[in-house]
Each structure stands twice: as structure tokens, then as C-alpha cells.
Design a protein around this ligand. Structure first.
Ligand SMILES: Nc1ncnc2c1ncn2[C@@H]1O[C@H](COP(=O)(O)OP(=O)(O)OP(=O)(O)O)[C@@H](O)[C@H]1O
Ligand SMILES: Cc1ncc(COP(=O)(O)O)c(N)n1
Length: 263
């Protein structure tokens, strides 16, 4: 059995964060574990409240996992404050973790901030250099580079800048552009455009979480990074195509559309 770990925030509504990540791991047949960084009171309409877990408790969760159930890959999502970011960086270094997918979550689809503005620097300086791949959406890539990003050529330029911040591979997600859903993968040598059809739906809560945890699941399964990203792209496209119209706002991705064993 392969093991994957998500270090992220809890979404009470089940569509994003830890909950989306664990469902994604399960759908890939990978055993999922979690380090919860923050608890959000959240649903398809927005975020009612956020309570960060103490850095000590974040560290203890990491210890509990790494000293017993060593993961084959790790995904990092919402890490809202500087102390938590530094604690995670310390843990990753201490336990020598290499297959790290960093989703630099900043704002929820609902517009609610999930990263404190003063924590941006720590995210850039402490976590980015420790990750194998970082997966910013257009807004996050803009925050990381200061660049306005309007097309694929801008995405490539941004990917180069983010690589120079210390990331080994950058995957800029074009979910917020128009036309085909194109993501730009840059490993410092070559650009790859990872493409899929655009699905016309309002139900995209948790797309970034689902995509990054699918990359981590495929890394845990032993695929190389580019292949893991291509497989994750197929997974997220299916999860959006079959997304769920539940709740009154932005519905979540669906992890049960390709399940073989139905009642
Ligand atoms: N409507 C869509 N149709 C097809 N693919 C999409 C659509 N929206 C997003 N994607 C794809 O989903 C993946 C996640 O991208 P997105 O840009 O939505 O991430 P995100 O904004 O970080 O998500 P989140 O807001 O959940 O953190 C990317 O591969 C993107 O191309
Ligand atoms: C705990 C948590 N983590 C991440 C997201 C981002 O996902 P989205 O932008 O789809 O709301 C979220 N809303 N909540």
C-alpha cells in the first residue's frame, strides 16, 4: 500500500482542503493521512470562520506521521500563518521529505482570504524551495511574481520567475483563463502545455486541492512528475465534469464518478 499525506486546512463543507485531498487519495487507492493546519467553518457559499491550529500541534501531527507511517508523497495546501509555515518547513527538513507538491492557497473561490498577507514572504522563502512542484493558479502566480497574467505566454514568463524563487518545477494553472483549460509545466528546461477541454460549470469548489492531491497520489504510486501531472489532469477534468450541484453556492468536485464498485 502506498501512503500519501496532506498538510492543509479542514473544510467543514467537504469540498476543498483536507476533505477533498483524502477523497482524492482514496479514489487513487492510496492510503491518506493528514496534518491539519487550520479549521475553517465553510460551505459552498463561503467561509464563516477560521481557527488556526497551534504550531506545536502541527509539529506533533508531523512527528506522529513521520515516526511511524512514512508517506510516499506529501501535498501542502492552506497554511495560513508564518509560524505554521516555519514549523512545516522544519519538519520537512528534519524528516528529509522529497516528493512535496505545494499548492500555494491564498484565497477561497468565495473570495475569503486563507493566507495572512504577512505570511506570503515565509511561504515564498521557506516552503517553495522545499517543494518538488508548486501549483499556483493565475492569481497566486501574480502574487508570487508581481506580473499581470492574461495568456499562455504570460504563464510561461511567470513560471520562469517562480522557478527562480527556488522551485524545482512550476505548474501554472490556467483554470481562470478562457478557452481550453491549459496548465503550463516548466522544469527549467522545457515547457509543456497540459491541456483539457473546458467544462462549463459553476461547481469548481476544491479544484485546486483535488488537482494537487491527485498529483501527490500519482507520485506516491511511483509515476514520474510529468506523468503524475498528466494523470492528475485527467482526474481533475473528470471530477469537474461530474461535479456536484449540492448546496446553494459553488458546488464541489466529484470523486466518485470513476468508482468501479457501485451498489
Ligand atoms: N471549468 C474548467 N474546466 C476544465 N478544467 C478546469 C476548469 N476550471 C479549472 N480547471 C482545471 O482544474 C485545475 C485546477 O485549476 P484552478 O485554476 O481551478 O485551480 P485553483 O484556482 O487553485 O483552484 P482552487 O480555487 O480550488 O484553489 C487545473 O488543471 C485547471 O486547468
Ligand atoms: C481549507 C481550504 N483549503 C483550500 C481552499 C481553496 O479551495 P477553493 O478555492 O476551491 O475554495 C478552501 N476553500 N478551503
Amino acid at each position: 500500500m502506498k501512503l500519501a499525506l496532506t498538510i492543509a486546512g479542514s473544510d467543514s463543507g467537504g469540498g476543498a482542503g483536507i476533505q477533498a485531498d483524502l477523497k482524492t487519495f482514496s479514489a487513487h487507492g492510496v492510503f491518506g493521512m493528514s496534518v491539519i493546519t487550520s479549521i475553517t467553518a465553510q460551505n459552498t457559499m463561503g467561509v464563516l470562520g477560521i481557527e488556526d491550529v497551534s504550531p506545536d500541534m502541527v509539529y506533533l501531527q508531523m512527528r506522529a506521521i513521520f515516526e511511524d507511517l512514512y508517506p510516499d508523497a506529501v501535498k501542502i495546501g492552506m497554511v495560513s500563518n508564518e509560524e505554521i509555515i516555519k514549523t512545516i518547513a522544519k519538519g520537512l527538513k528534519e524528516y528529509g521529505v522529497e516528493k512535496v507538491v505545494l499548492d500555494p492557497v491564498m484565497i477561497a473561490k468565495s473570495g475569503d482570504p486563507l493566507l495572512k498577507p504577512e505570511a506570503m514572504k515565509a511561504l515564498k522563502e521557506e516552503l517553495l524551495p522545499l517543494s518538488l512542484v508548486v501549483t499556483p493558479n493565475l492569481m497566486e502566480a501574480k502574487e508570487l511574481t508581481g506580473m499581470e497574467i492574461k495568456n499562455i505566454s504570460d504563464m510561461k514568463e511567470a513560471a520562469k520567475k517562480i522557478l527562480s524563487l527556488g522551485a524545482k518545477v512550476v505548474l501554472v494553472k490556467g483554470g481562470h483563463l478562457e478557452g481550453e483549460a491549459v496548465d503550463v509545466f516548466y522544469d527549467g528546461v522545457e515547457f509543456y502545455e497540459i491541456k483539457a477541454e473546458r467544462i462549463n460549470t459553476k461547481n469548481t469548489h476544491g479544484t485546486g486541492c483535488t488537482f494537487s492531491s491527485a498529483i501527490a497520489a500519482n507520485l506516491a504510486l511511483g509515476y514520474d512528475l510529468l506523468e503524475a501531472v498528466k494523470r492528475a489532469k485527467r482526474y481533475i477534468t473528470g471530477a469537474i465534469k461530474n461535479s456536484l450541484s449540492i448546496g446553494h453556492g459553488v458546488g464541489p468536485t466529484n470523486h466518485f464518478w470513476n468508482v468501479e464498485f457501485k451498489e
